[in-house]
Ligand binder design. Structure first.
Ligand code: 7TS
Length: 415
């Protein structure tokens, strides 16, 4: 159960927008931050701001200790075997680029194939396009059906001995679809391929166990899970990280530097060149403590119920098309829709007047929208602080949208 007073933990939700309470329905873009996370950021800068892994004075040691403690916390949160399997990055986007660059450049060769899906966020598509173009490799795409569910029979047909990697999102940021990671990973491994999962939308919203999922890489962002922006991670099995060359070169990732050659540290430091995003990585641990205090299973259950409520309330809105599956076992707290004849940007603008924040556009998933046959959609997305009252406000807001954009009666002619 989510505590009844959970919203009190989020100062931003007390604000008014256009004289109306802020209804925040864009958590898939970024989550709001609890007070303890905001305070932990201030505490870092006020009390122990120092660079990590280099100072031997007290506050530098404290910063280093907390930075490494946060790595261990992230590792435990996704049940990694050891903290060294977690490499801090700026974001999911950077995490996937790290794999595409460092792993991809030595493991992908001409004629190799990378299997993706048609529901990927651009950050799990464009890095592979860049790699494929450089290596003359081929990208193949698992289609999804009219319910927004991946077609696994097609997936099996796409796999071959040429497949080197299968990379897909755990939960779609547009359709909400939760993909069957275990089954997909088993099939990929049977074909001899590695598996990367984009966990940007799953890690914040459900229990995640990378060992149980049976994958090789898992990417996530702190800012979508009550943490600060600018912190993310790639998890990979240690042997894989160990065999990978570095991503960025610079300070801190080295053992010995000579003018003509350098030896590198072991993972994860090999992949963390330069001064990292210290404050945000440290404070990610506070966000995880906060989420675990509530419980990831409780958060998943709350969003499941809220999504069921939303699907039922929205289906009464005239002219609405809701995308994605009605099966809540395989759907997270994201509801994207189209209102017949009204551009999503117009929908979002009128909703903003009502104090309601939703996202309108392609949500960084243009091929997905093309497949749905629309250029854009309007999206409401939830988190632990979202309520049925938020959804009721959305439904009322959509009635206002309808009134504003309803066709005007034709002028009476010939009078
Ligand atoms: N993958 C998925 C599935 C995402 O939803 C996002 C962000 C990313 C990757 C990239 O995460 P980042 O932290 O590197 O930016 N999704 C969204 C969204 O749906 N609206 O804004 C950002």
């Amino acid at each position: 159960m989510i505590p009844a007073n959970v919203r009190d933990n989020f100062p931003i939700l007390k604000q008014k927008m256009n004289g109306k309470p802020l209804i925040y329905l864009d958590s898939a873009a970024t989550s709001q931050k609890p007070k303890r996370v905001i305070e932990a950021l201030v505490r870092y800068y006020q009390e122990y701001n120092a660079n990590v892994h280099r100072g031997i004075y007290r506050i530098a040691e404290e910063a280093t200790q907390r930075y490494e403690a946060s790595r261990a916390k992230v590792a435990a949160f996704i049940n990694a075997r050891r903290p060294e399997e977690v490499v801090f990055t700026r974001s999911t986007t950077e995490a996937i680029n790290l794999v595409a660059y460092a792993w991809g450049r030595v493991n992908i060769r001409e004629g190799d194939e990378i299997v993706l899906t048609e529901m990927e966020h651009h950050s799990n598509l464009v890095p592979w396009q860049l790699l494929a173009a450089e290596k003359r490799a081929k990208l193949k795409f698992i289609p999804f059906d009219s319910q927004g569910v991946l077609q696994l029979d097609e997936y099996e047909r796409l796999l071959s001995e040429r497949t080197k990697l299968v990379a897909f999102t755990h939960q779609s940021n547009v359709l909400g679809t939760i993909n069957p990671v275990n089954e997909m990973a088993r099939k990929a491994h049977a074909a001899g391929a590695l598996v990367l999962v984009d966990g940007a939308q799953s890690a914040p919203h459900m229990p995640v166990d990378v060992q149980d999922l049976g994958v090789d890489f898992f990417a996530l962002s702190a800012h979508k899970m009550c943490g600060p922006t600018g912190a993310g991670a790639i998890w990979a099995r240690y042997e894989i990280l160990d065999a990978m060359p570095p991503f960025h070169g610079g300070g801190e990732m080295i053992m010995l530097v000579q003018l003509d050659k350098t030896t590198y540290k072991d993972p994860p430091y090999k992949f963390e060149a330069g001064t990292p995003n210290i404050a945000d990585c440290i404070v990610w641990a506070d966000a995880i403590d906060y989420l675990q205090g509530i419980g990831m299973a409780a958060i998943r259950e709350h969003e499941k119920q809220l999504t069921a409520y939303t699907l039922s309330q929205l289906s009464d809105v005239p002219g609405i098309t809701i995308f994605g599956s009605r099966n809540l076992e395989h759907r997270g707290g994201v509801v994207s829709f189209e209102l017949d004849g009204i551009h999503p940007h117009d929908v979002a603008q009128v909703l903003d007047q009502e104090g309601i924040a939703v996202r309108a556009g392609h949500h960084c998933a243009q091929p997905l929208h093309r497949r749905l046959g629309v250029a854009a959609s309007t999206r409401a997305s939830f988190y632990l602080y979202s309520t049925e009252q938020d959804v009721d406000a959305l439904v009322r807001g959509l009635q206002v949208v309808r009134r504003v954009f309803s066709p005007k009666p034709a002028p009476v002619s010939g009078a």
